[in-house]
Design a protein. Structure first.
Length: 271
């Protein structure tokens, strides 16, 4: 039976993600990508990012004023309830800037340090993913009703489709490219989606076999990590560690461990 508190947190997260997603979708200027190399469109994206976070945190503060909050755009309150919200109001900002559809609103709720509720809305795909710890992972989209998510059966590693991401720091990105170059001959192929939250949800939905990235923050992965795990994926960091800024690895059982070993051998976690 679902914990009533977790159900309440889920309903609130779904409402906040829906409202923030609509704000970002409907408030994006149609010509935003025209001057993508100038500072003005980047400023607009930043303004939209901040506005979405304020919408989410304002709603949470109104409904649950004693909860803590950690947001990408600077929201940080300790709280006294034992619940903390971890929020990325716009994951995939470059995609958003250029008008690509793969961006998301990611909201997770932690209780006593463990993620218990996760919602990832992908407005331009018309999809929303959610999970409650122990209750499976689910999605709504262009199909009827809610669909329970499950990872794909694990293929041999050389038939695995794996997604990744690249850092904005040139030196880090160059090292990540070297790792990817060594991995590509060993896999079916590599994808680069541009939103960690969406990649983890696509793994949950059976659209990917694995995912890895270095340099993620808590707000990038908190919601997607729970959704992937509730769909049957394994997640971690370096061997024996949890996902972290050093390295996040996720995959179907059978892909996760060999992918993690390769990334360790290739030094994916350092320069």
């Amino acid at each position: 039976m679902t914990d009533p508190l977790h159900q309440d947190l889920l309903v609130l997260a779904q409402e906040a993600a829906r409202r923030a997603g609509a704000l970002l979708r409907d408030g994006r200027p149609a010509d935003l990508a025209v001057a993508a190399t100038k500072s003005s469109p980047i400023d607009v994206v930043t303004e939209m990012d901040i506005a979405a976070e304020k919408l989410i945190t304002g709603l949470i503060a109104e409904r649950r004023p004693d909860d803590g909050i950690l947001g990408e755009e600077g929201a940080a309150t300790e709280g006294t309830s034992g619940v903390r919200w971890v929020i990325d109001p716009l994951d995939g900002t470059v995609n958003y800037l250029y008008g690509l559809p793969t961006w998301s609103v990611s909201i997770a709720a932690e209780q006593d340090g463990e993620t218990v509720v996760a919602v990832v809305a992908v407005p331009m795909r018309g999809e929303t993913f959610h999970a409650v710890r122990g209750g499976g992972a689910w999605a709504t989209g262009l199909w009827d009703g809610e669909r329970r998510l499950a990872c794909r059966p694990a293929p041999p590693l050389d038939q695995a489709l794996v997604s990744t991401g690249f850092n904005y720091v040139a030196e880090v990105r160059a090292h990540q490219a070297e790792v990817a170059q060594r991995l590509i001959p060993l896999l079916r192929d590599i994808r680069r989606g541009g939103s960690a939250a969406v990649d983890l949800c696509d793994l949950a939905a059976g659209r990917l076999d694995g995912y890895y990235e270095r340099g993620l923050h808590a707000w990038d992965l908190a919601a997607g990590d729970l959704i992937a795990r509730e769909a049957g994926a394994l997640t971690g960091g370096r061997p024996g560690e949890r996902p972290s800024g050093d390295l996040t690895v996720a995959g179907t059982p059978g892909v996760f461990e060999p992918l993690q070993r390769l990334l360790e051998d290739f030094g994916a976690w350092h320069d």
